[in-house]
Design a protein around this ligand. Structure first.
Ligand SMILES: *Cc1c(COP(=O)(O)O)cnc(C)c1O
Length: 383
């Protein structure tokens, strides 16, 4: 990735930099795979990055949104995403949030429990409306990803156990203010093993068949998100392998006439276009190692501390020989470490570094812990 370093030099660090040219190229790559598949629909997962400029670019493509809070629904609508293309997931939707979804006539509530189904039925009845719902099933699929971002195992809090399929079918038949639309499954995030998605497709086919056999019309097949990106070599894979991903569903889903397929991609859309740009405050000589101490910390990007996630780091302003550094933030926590033994061009106080692949689950997860201000945002719309 080519960074506009001259433009960076005049800015206060740290800040999130978004390369909208890469975002657009990524969206082009997705659209290419959708060509000829009019029944395929993208609902961008807003939780990955809710920057209004980024949402507007995504809205421009006519994509929908996958939201997990009432505020995300507002953000999606404000950015110009059609209400009729918004789906709403989450295990703990409050009455206020459900009412918002009903008032906005969103496309679908992805329902995560029988208890929630009853509440949506009641609230939509009070408004004299009918709520569209998909049932989020928990397929008990172990995806090849880290434990904290796996969602499709039976011990996770998400979705309704497949074992309850009869109760679900029964409940749906008795909910007068609900229109059953289909099935939703999201097995986790940062998944690079296409075999996991093949399993998901097979599970979907089975569930759709079982619900159809119980007299329910399964129109909408929502396979969630989860496609991973290359955190280790971002420049070699700036655009994820959307072809292999969509090919799985083109090939393995048994669709009948009128069925629509829904994708909730988040990370794969926005991760690579974002970097956290930070300045080296000190290069500190430790015991047998050198620390690069940045002005960005775990409050700005929590993934390394929270998930032990790896982010590549580039020193943008040095072409000195590579050396190994532990790259750390200023926050008073031992876990405020971005990388250990990271090979960087020889670093000095004042250098600018880019923590790469930070466009997803970066800025949205930041906090002001230690009363540190939120990082600035620089969405380059001129490139
Ligand atoms: C987080 C989430 C997504 C997006 O996942 P990515 O791995 O970022 O693609 C999609 N659907 C649901 C229900 C989610 O919770």
């Amino acid at each position: 990735m080519i960074f506009p370093i001259d433009k960076f030099k005049e800015r206060k660090t740290p800040f999130y930099y978004y390369d909208t040219r890469l975002l657009n190229a990524t969206l082009d790559a997705i659209e290419k795979e959708l060509d000829g598949f009019d029944n395929f629909n993208i609902h961008y997962a807003v939780k990955a990055n809710a920057n209004p400029d980024i949402l507007a670019i995504i809205a421009n493509r006519g994509f929908g949104a996958d939201c997990v809070s009432g505020e995300e629904i507002d953000a999606a609508v404000a950015a110009g995403i059609a209400r009729s293309k918004i789906v709403f997931a989450g295990v703990g939707k409050t009455d206020d949030e459900i009412n918002k979804g009903l008032d906005y006539d969103i496309a679908c509530f992805n329902v995560e429990s029988l208890e929630e189904l009853a509440v949506i039925d009641e609230l939509s009845g009070l408004k004299g409306k009918k709520a569209n719902v998909a049932i989020r099933f928990n397929p008990d699929i172990k995806a090849n990803t880290i434990e904290q971002i796996s969602t499709g195992r039976k011990e996770n809090k998400f979705g309704i156990s497949v074992d309850l399929i009869d109760s679900v079918a029964d409940a749906l038949k008795h909910c007068e203010n609900i229109v059953f639309k289909g099935i939703h499954i999201h097995i986790g995030s940062q998944i690079l093993e296409m075999g996991d998605f093949v399993k998901l497709a097979a599970t979907m086919n089975g569930l759709a068949g079982r619900l159809t056999a119980r007299g329910l019309d399964v129109e909408s097949i929502n396979v969630g998100g989860g496609l991973g990106i290359d955190y280790h070599n971002p420049d070699e894979a700036l655009i994820p392998d959307f072809k292999s991903y969509f090919d799985v569903f083109k090939r393995y889903l048994n669709l009948s006439d009128g069925q629509t397929v829904h994708f909730e991609l988040g990370r794969s859309v926005v991760a690579q276009c974002g970097s956290l740009i930070s300045r080296v405050v000190y290069v500190k000589q430790g015991c047998g190692k050198k620390f690069v101490i940045l002005d960005a910390g775990m409050n700005d990007l929590v993934r390394p501390a929270m998930y032990k996630a790896y982010h590549a780091i580039d020193n943008l302003t040095s072409d000195g020989n590579k050396e190994a550094y532990d790259v750390v933030g200023p926050v008073c926590e031992s876990s405020d470490v971005f990388a250990k033994d990271m090979m960087l061009n020889a670093a000095a106080r004042g250098d600018l570094v880019a923590i790469r692949s930070a466009g997803a689950y970066g800025e949205v997860m930041s906090s002001n812990y230690n009363l540190r201000p939120y990082a600035q945002r620089y969405t380059d719309l001129t490139v």
